[in-house]
Design a protein around this ligand. Structure first.
Ligand SMILES: Cc1cc2nc3c(=O)[nH]c(=O)nc-3n(C[C@H](O)[C@H](O)[C@H](O)COP(=O)(O)OP(=O)(O)OC[C@H]3O[C@@H](n4cnc5c(N)ncnc54)[C@H](O)[C@@H]3O)c2cc1C
Length: 432
C-alpha cells in the first residue's frame, strides 16, 4: 500500500526492508529530509494559551536527543502552532492477562517472548514452540517456524481466522486459549543435586504441555497497545489521549472525529490510527489536516456537537458489530466513505499548484482491493474450491472481475474463479 505518487519497488506483500527503503527514498525524493529532526524523542506535549484571546491553542514540545560524542542527553523545548500525532501504535507489545503468567515469566524469563522481538525462524531451530495468536503475525510466524522448529508447532487460537481451513496445515497443531501457567517443584531426578522447578501450560480444554519436555518457548503474537507517554493527562484537565477501557480501545481526549481530529484540540490531529490502507490513508489524512490548518480546506470541520454525534454513533456501531472503533474495513464501503470525507474536506489545490491534491482511488486500485488477498481463504482459493493462488501467494478471489487494467493478464479458470497470472512479474498492488 504505497503513496499515490510513488510505487513500491515491488509488492504489495513485500519483506520489511522494502517499505523501509521506500520511506527513506520517498522522504529524500520530496526533500522532506531537510525539515526533519531525527533520532529525537518527544518527551512532553503541553497546550499553551492562544496567541489571541479565543484563538486556537498552541503547543510546547519537550525534546530529547542523545549526543553520541559526549554521551549525554540534550533536552530542549520548542513551540508549535499545531501538532500531528503520528507516533504509530505498534511499539508496546500487548500480552493478555493469564493466570500464573507473571510468576511463570519470573521463574522462566527466557521462555516467554513477544513477536515484537521475532526476527528469524533460525533462532527457534529444533525448539518446541507454542505460538499464541491467530491474526496476521500469529499466522506468519507459525508458518515460518514449521521450517525450523521441532514439529508440531503449537498454535493457540481464540478463534479461527478467515484463512483457516477445517484442520491445521501440516506441521502445525492447534490448541485452544491458554487458561493457566503453572509452576511445579519438580522431583529431583539426581539425588544430591538441587531441585529445579518445572512449568506447565494448561489450555482451556484441560490439555497441557510441560516445559522442557513439550515446550521450550511461548511466543505471544497478540498485538500491541498504542502508547502516548508524552501526554500527561493531569496537565490536560485529566484527559487521556487513549481510552484503554475494555471495549473502548480508541483515541479519547474529548472527541476523535473522523479518526483524525480532536474536537477539544483544534490544533492537534492524529494520522495513522485506523487499521486500513497503510500509506494511502495517511496521505488522505495528511492532505486534509494540512489544508485545514493552512486555511485552504474546501469546508470547515462540522461544529463540535456534530463531531461528538459522529463519535457516539461510531462507538455504538462498533459495539453493536463487535469490532474496534478505529477498524475501517474496505468491505462494506466503510474505507471508501472515510477517505471520501477526507477528500471532500481537503478540496482541490490552487491553479498555481499550491497544495497537494488528494489522490483519486483509481478503478485499478479499487479492483485490486476487492480481489487480491494475501492469504488464500478456504473455499476461495488454495485449499478450497478452485485454486486462484499464484506462485507468490497472491490471488484473485472473485470471478466478477471487470479488470480495468491489463485484461490480457487475467484469464477465466475452468471453475468458479478467475486466475490472475503475472507473466511480466506485474505487481498487482504495486500501484496502491
Ligand atoms: C509485524 C507487522 C507487520 C505489518 N505488516 C504490514 C503490511 O504487510 N502491510 C501494511 O500495510 N501494514 C503492515 N503493518 C502496519 C504498518 O507497519 C503500520 O500501519 C505503519 O507502520 C504505521 O505507520 P505510522 O507512521 O503511523 O507509524 P510507525 O511506522 O510506527 O512510525 C511511528 C514513528 O514514530 C516514532 N515515535 C514514536 N514515539 C515517538 C516520540 N515520543 N518521539 C519521537 N518519535 C516517536 C517511532 O520511532 C516511529 O519511527 C505491520 C505492522 C507490524 C507490527
Amino acid at each position: 500500500m504505497c503513496f499515490s505518487d510513488a510505487r513500491f519497488a515491488y509488492g504489495p506483500f513485500a519483506p520489511h526492508y522494502v517499505p523501509r527503503q521506500y520511506i527513506e527514498n520517498y522522504v529524500t525524493h520530496h526533500k522532506v529530509d531537510e525539515d526533519l529532526v531525527l533520532d529525537t524523542t518527544v518527551e512532553d506535549l503541553a497546550e499553551l494559551p492562544p496567541r489571541v484571546p479565543g484563538g486556537p491553542g498552541r503547543w510546547k514540545v519537550v525534546l530529547r536527543k542523545y549526543d553520541r560524542a559526549r554521551h549525554i542527553d540534550l533536552w530542549w523545548e520548542e513551540e508549535f502552532d499545531a501538532v500531528v500525532l503520528a507516533n504509530g501504535h505498534y511499539a508496546v507489545p500487548f500480552v493478555p492477562e493469564v493466570k500464573g503468567l507473571k510468576a511463570f515469566i519470573e521463574a522462566f524469563p527466557d521462555r516467554v517472548v513477544h513477536s515484537k522481538h521475532y526476527r528469524t525462524p533460525l533462532v527457534y531451530a529444533s525448539k518446541r514452540v507454542v505460538v499464541v495468536g491467530n491474526s496476521a503475525s500469529g499466522h506468519d510466524v507459525t508458518a515460518e517456524l514449521v521450517s525450523t522448529a521441532h514439529l508440531p508447532v503449537y498454535q493457540s487460537r481464540r478463534s479461527p481466522s478467515r484463512w483457516d481451513g477445517d484442520k491445521p496445515p501440516p506441521g502445525i497443531a492447534w490448541k485452544p486459549v491458554i487458561r493457566e501457567f503453572q509452576i511445579h517443584a519438580s522431583p529431583n531426578p539426581n539425588p544430591g543435586s538441587s531441585s529445579h522447578p518445572s512449568g506447565r501450560i494448561v489450555f482451556d480444554d484441560d490439555t497441557y504441555l510441560d516445559l522442557d519436555t513439550d515446550v521450550d518457548v511461548v511466543l505471544y503474537c497478540t498485538g500491541y497497545k498504542p502508547s502516548f507517554p508524552f501526554w500527561e493527562p493531569s496537565r490536560h484537565s485529566g484527559r487521556a489521549l487513549w481510552d484503554y477501557a475494555p471495549g473502548a480501545d480508541r483515541l479519547a481526549g474529548g472527541g476523535s472525529y473522523w479518526h483524525t481530529f480532536f474536537t477539544q484540540y483544534p490544533t492537534l490531529a492524529a494520522v495513522g490510527v485506523p487499521r486500513t490502507l497503510t500509506f494511502r490513508s495517511f496521505e488522505y489524512q495528511g492532505v486534509a489536516v494540512a489544508r485545514l490548518w493552512a486555511g485552504r480546506a474546501a469546508r470547515p470541520l462540522p461544529p463540535a456537537a456534530e463531531q461528538r454525534t459522529w463519535e457516539r454513533e461510531r462507538a455504538a456501531r462498533a459495539r453493536r458489530e463487535g469490532r474496534r472503533f478505529h477498524d475501517v474495513p474496505w468491505e462494506g464501503g466503510e474505507a471508501r466513505e472515510w477517505l471520501r470525507g477526507l477528500f471532500d474536506l481537503a478540496g482541490l489545490g490552487t491553479l498555481d499548484g499550491d497544495g497537494r491534491v488528494p489522490p483519486v482511488l483509481t478503478r485499478e486500485l479499487v479492483w485490486a482491493l476487492e480481489n487480491v488477498r494475501k492469504y488464500p481463504e478456504p473455499g476461495r482459493g488454495e485449499g478450497g474450491g478452485g485454486d486462484g493462488a499464484d506462485e507468490s501467494g497472491l490471488e484473485a478471489t472473485s470471478r466478477s472481475i471487470a479488470a480495468p487494467a491489463r485484461p490480457e493478464a487475467v484469464e477465466e479458470d475452468a471453475g468458479e474463479w478467475v486466475m490472475v497470472h503475472r507473466p511480466y512479474k506485474m505487481d498487482l498492488l504495486g500501484f496502491i
